[in-house]
Design a binder for this molecule. Structure first.
Ligand code: GLP
Length: 245
């Protein structure tokens, strides 16, 4: 950390200098999203300032959203993301959306297997209780920034082997001629709770967008029922409006 011996040189309150060095380290990527900040005492020793000074600097950065305190586990870095703009009217996949912006995607799997559908999955996918569905739950990461938690549910006939979905679900569906051609999407505002908040690396209670997508084949059959939670500080949905005929 570039905060060693802050006492020496320059005017102005010490906590502001400490705040500034930490802010620079975060914005320049010296400190990464999700990194734990050293304990207050260590930081104070290292920067040669008092713990009160450290606390003031950290409080400031927490208030500005560059650090987040997690009860019982410490203080963590939140690197602000440039907002991603997403068209509301195009039926594209996450992988494609990010690729168009030159971002690489990867996933951390939260759930990937075959299950019996829950009541709402049965209703939405039009399946009986003894059917099987593939559930694909993942933390979606673009250029190392966690952007969304996505839980897709697809009938087993389209994805017989959930482990075959290594990266893009739509690419897998395309191979079996089941890429959706139409979808209905509902977006609502929410506050992100734990454990989602810690997976996304944001403070508990941060603004989120909860998105439900039901996608259809041209035959009218439902292919996918997906519930996602996007970071509100990272995503803009943009719609083009036209005059009704
Ligand atoms: C978007 C949609 C999901 C869809 C996913 C497919 O994120 N909100 O409903 O399942 O794209 O993305 P990919 O093909 O990258 O898995």
């Amino acid at each position: 950390l570039p905060v060693e011996g802050l006492q020496s040189g320059g005017a102005g309150p010490l906590y502001l200098k400490l705040r500034q060095s930490l802010e620079e380290a975060i914005l320049s990527g010296k400190l990464n999203h999700g990194d734990a900040l050293p304990p207050e005492r260590d930081l104070a020793d290292y920067a040669n300032v008092s713990r009160v000074t450290v606390r003031k600097a950290v409080d400031d950065l927490v208030r500005d959203g560059l650090l987040v305190r997690r009860h019982g586990s410490g203080t963590f870095v939140v690197r602000p993301v440039s907002r991603v703009e997403q068209s509301l009217s195009r039926l594209t996949s996450f992988t494609e959306d990010m690729a168009r912006r030159g971002l690489n995607t990867r996933a951390e799997w939260l759930e990937r297997g075959l299950f019996h559908p829950s009541p709402d999955e049965m209703m939405t996918l039009g399946l009986p209780a003894d059917a099987l569905v593939a559930r694909l739950g993942r933390l979606r990461i673009a250029d190392d920034m966690p952007l969304a938690i996505e839980r897709a549910c697809v009938s087993v006939e389209f994805v017989p082997d959930p482990l075959s979905v290594a990266s893009s679900l739509y690419a897998v569906l395309e191979k079996v001629n089941a890429r959706p051609v139409r979808a209905v999407q509902r977006i609502s505002a929410c506050n992100i709770k734990d454990p989602d908040a810690s997976m996304l690396g944001v403070a508990v209670g941060s603004a989120g967008l909860s998105i439900e997508r039901v996608s259809y084949l041209s035959s009218g059959r439902v292919v996918e029922f997906t519930r996602s939670l996007y970071r509100g500080d990272a995503y803009d949905f943009v719609a083009e409006l036209t005059i009704p005929e």
